[in-house]
Design a protein around this ligand. Structure first.
Ligand SMILES: NC(=O)c1ccc[n+]([C@@H]2O[C@H](COP(=O)([O-])OP(=O)(O)OC[C@H]3O[C@@H](n4cnc5c(N)ncnc54)[C@H](OP(=O)(O)O)[C@@H]3O)[C@@H](O)[C@H]2O)c1
Length: 283
């Protein structure tokens, strides 16, 4: 049995869909069964609980051989993910798959990638088999700018002239599903990007082409943007996201990888396709 955490989120839901499409049996640990009805309809088994509640995690882990660790960024992410590793080991899980990030390296200097790296190291020391799924910036992040793109024909982010090799969450989920259901992925770290290295000016050009109207990228002042983040996120999270964005703005730019093509045997989704597939949100 495979257990997914984070299965109602952006990449976890795509992992669940990809597993269901492959006809693979899986269980999802979810906080809200109503929110997870679509997963149940796709054939997943639900275990209702919270990763912070060790009893519910122990129940969800019964009979599980492979576990996807996927949690949102928070001050407690490292502690909760390491606790999941300990509970998985005690429950006899053989293979842990971690949703990490491409920026998570030993020399990472900002809190979110540092946290991912700390959990990666903890998993590698656990004695269980492991695979790290390390995506670049999600295309789905632009859905947070959809209202502005639709109403003002512009979006504003503090990325300056920075570039990323953004990936679609559908492709990231497909890789996670392959790692969980396929063979030969133990001991591997997979850096996942989309097909192109793009600046945010390039992103605006892609939106303009697909939407048939000029969409402008307005580089935001990092300090002013931090103020905006603080209105919607707590202090730790706002500062952590702001530092991550500064890293993207100041580079170095990541490299485009061929991981997706090697593992799935098809091309990753380009940004123009992502925009077309979400056109109602942007136009
Ligand atoms: N965004 C990017 O560009 C990017 C790039 C690389 C890596 N990443 C990494 O990807 C991860 C986030 O992935 P995502 O965007 O797919 O996640 P997401 O959409 O934010 O979803 C988070 C998931 O975790 C679940 N969850 C949260 N707290 C929980 C708890 N206490 N117990 C059980 N479930 C809980 C949520 O359930 P509910 O539905 O109940 O809230 C939801 O299913 C982060 O670790 C991030 O660092 C992101």
């Amino acid at each position: 049995m495979i257990l997914l955490t984070g299965a109602t989120g952006k990449t976890g839901s795509e992992t669940a869909k990809a597993l269901a499409k492959r006809g693979v049996k899986a269980r999802a640990l979810v906080r809200d069964a109503a929110k997870a009805q679509v997963l149940q309809a796709a054939g997943l088994e639900l275990a209702v609980g919270d990763v912070a509640d060790t009893d519910s995690v122990r129940r969800a882990l019964a009979g599980v051989e492979r576990l996807l660790i996927l949690l949102p960024n928070s001050q407690r992410q490292v502690e909760l993910e390491q606790q999941l590793v300990d509970l998985a080991k005690a429950a006899g899980v053989r293979h842990v798959v971690k949703m990490s990030s491409m920026e998570a390296v030993a020399s990472a200097s900002t809190p979110i990638p540092q946290g991912h790296w700390a959990v990666e190291e903890y998993i590698r020391a656990s004695g269980m088999a492991w695979t790290m799924v390390k995506p670049n910036f999600f295309m789905q992040n632009f859905l947070a700018s959809a209202k502005s793109i639709k109403e003002n024909h512009s979006f504003s982010l503090p990325m300056g002239d920075g570039r990323t090799a953004m990936a679609d969450a559908r492709d990231i989920g497909a890789v996670a599903a392959e790692v969980l259901a396929g063979r030969g992925h133990e001991g591997r770290s997979y850096e996942i990007t989309g097909p192109e290295l793009l600046s945010f000016h390039d992103v605006a050009a892609r939106f303009s082409e697909v939407l048939g109207a000029r969409i402008a990228y307005v580089p935001a002042d990092p300090a002013a943007y931090l103020g905006i983040l603080k209105r919607v996120l707590n202090e730790w999270h706002a500062n952590a996201v702001s530092q991550l964005f500064r890293e993207i703005a100041e580079g170095p730019a990541p490299h485009v990888t061929d991981t997706f093509r090697r593992l799935l045997g098809r091309e990753p989704i380009p940004l123009a396709q992502f925009i077309r597939d979400h056109i109602a949100a942007f136009r």
